[in-house]
Ligand binder design. Structure first.
Ligand SMILES: CC(=O)SCCNC(=O)CCNC(=O)[C@H](O)C(C)(C)COP(=O)(O)OP(=O)(O)OC[C@H]1O[C@@H](n2cnc3c(N)ncnc32)[C@H](O)[C@@H]1OP(=O)(O)O
Length: 194
């Protein structure tokens, strides 16, 4: 496996790949000052290799890089994550330690289901979404492309969250949230367009 992005997020993905005995060949990064991450070389070639995971937490940047390279993308699921056999998870997505993904869930490309997050039955998570550590998404929640849900947020059943929105850490989401907004709090309220 190759990783693109030599950050703290990459270190977490390295831990997952080690836990599943998936060899890591090298990382790529635009920052030419970085030459190693943990035990691995960091390369600055414009020609990346496959299978590749984009190990960058920022959803916009992950999308930009995914669209830049026509390569096969990998996936990484930590063995401590509990993932229903009826779940579909698309390429480039990573599932961190202790996450639980329930029956009938769909998770798109290049998503992050972070440490201890819970995604319950029949949720639909579109491409480039980040579900931060210890979020709880109840059943039938929909999260639109590129949205970032902050750590420890709770989303009640059936809520629809739009594309490219940001929900602050600890949000309690009881109503639908539109595209392109920053919303925070319990109950989660929009504070600005982004
Ligand atoms: C492994 C990992 O680390 S994964 C990463 C997980 N990271 C997170 O979950 C972090 C999520 N980020 C946040 O919660 C941030 O505070 C954001 C993105 C919501 C807002 O960041 P910014 O755009 O910089 O907004 P800023 O800090 O200026 O806050 C704007 C207002 O919202 C309030 N606010 C910000 N975050 C929150 C929050 N989580 N809950 C309630 N209110 C909040 C601020 O107090 C401020 O209010 P004020 O104008 O009355 O003073």
């Amino acid at each position: 496996m190759y990783l693109y992005g030599a950050s703290g997020h990459a270190k977490v993905i390295v831990d997952i790949l080690r836990a599943i005995n998936e060899p890591i060949e090298a990382l790529f990064d635009d920052n030419e000052a970085i030459h190693r991450l943990l035990d691995y070389p960091v390369l600055h070639s414009v020609e990346v290799k496959e299978p590749l995971i984009i190990s960058i937490g920022n959803n916009n940047i992950r999308k930009k890089i995914a669209e830049q390279f026509n390569v096969r993308f990998g996936k990484a699921f930590h063995p401590s994550a509990i993932i229903s056999a009826t779940t579909t998870i698309d390429e480039g997505t990573v599932v961190m330690q202790g996450a639980i993904i329930q029956t009938g869930v769909y998770i798109g490309k290049h998503c992050i289901i972070n440490t201890g997050a819970s995604v319950d039955h029949e949720c639909v998570i579109e491409d480039y979404v980040h579900i931060s550590p210890h979020c709880t998404l109840c059943g039938n929640v929909k999260v639109g492309e590129g949205t970032w849900i902050g750590a420890g947020s709770i989303v009640i059943p059936g809520v629809k969250i739009g594309k490219w929105s940001v929900l602050g850490a600890g949000s309690v989401v009881t109503k639908d949230i539109p595209d392109g907004v920053l919303a925070v709090g319990n109950r989660c309220k929009i504070i600005k367009q982004i």
